[in-house]
Design a protein around this ligand. Structure first.
Ligand code: CA
Length: 232
């Protein structure tokens, strides 16, 4: 049975979440503070963590940062505010997804399922698109042998773009890569946030992107001078 860590300081919400997630067939561990959440993580290493952002002794981001030092499990944030700055910070700490309160339990459960499924079937190939090498088995990106640190979600988005070098991918296709869903309940703005962050990491001049090109009204495409090769 897969284990899920729930950290939320609102006891009523936590009880409701625990009930629903257990009913969906997961083993659930709960905590109401950063400290207890961390202790719980160490005691029962989970397959996925759901972290409330505002906690009495810190934030879900603090806890995410600590978890990321040890683990690449999917992390989903519960945020009370949908400000972009909050979301960006969460994704920067290595979070995979977020959901803004109030939310429907069904939506949370489908996100959990999608994140777990995706972490189970990671692609195993290396993509080379000079000067970049994307090592799928290690989820790492290199530029001329220099590693560029990516969050798991940034990695998935880049993998999707590079795998379809030269092809235009629609926003829906890219959102599917990110969330493994139709993207119906995903904030349209979030993809733009990810693209901007990726460009800041891979482009020489992010304001005039050479690799991640915008196809107006449709989506994005990966472009490289040499073409993209797939190695195993
Ligand atoms: Ca809270």
């Amino acid at each position: 049975m897969q284990k899920i860590l729930l950290v939320e300081d609102d006891p009523a919400l936590l009880a409701g979440l625990q009930y629903s997630v257990e009913k969906d067939g997961y083993q659930v561990y709960t905590a109401g503070t950063v400290r207890d959440g961390w202790a719980c993580f160490l005691r029962e290493p989970p397959d996925l963590a759901v972290l409330d952002v505002g906690l009495p002794d810190g934030t879900g981001f603090d806890l995410c940062r600590r978890i990321r030092e040890q683990s690449q499990i999917p992390i989903l944030f519960l945020t009370a505010r949908d400000e972009e700055t909050q979301v960006v910070m969460g994704l920067d700490m290595g979070g995979d997804d977020y959901i803004t309160k109030p939310f429907r339990l069904r939506e949370l459960l489908s996100r959990i399922k999608a994140l777990l499924r995706r972490s189970a079937d990671k692609p195993v190939q290396t993509l080379v698109s000079d000067p970049f090498t994307l090592k799928a088995d290690e989820s790492r990106l290199f530029r001329n042998n220099q590693e560029i640190a990516l969050t798991p979600a940034e990695y998935r988005l880049l993998h999707m773009l590079m795998r379809h070098e030269g092809q235009t991918l629609t926003r829906d296709q890219l959102l599917t890569a990110l969330w493994d869903s139709s993207g119906d309940f995903v904030d349209e703005n979030t993809l733009s946030v990810y693209i901007r962050r990726l460009r800041a990491k891979v482009e020489d001049t992010p304001s005039h992107p050479a690799y991640i090109q915008t196809v107006r009204g449709v989506g994005y495409r990966w472009k490289s001078a040499e073409g993209c090769r797939t190695c195993h």
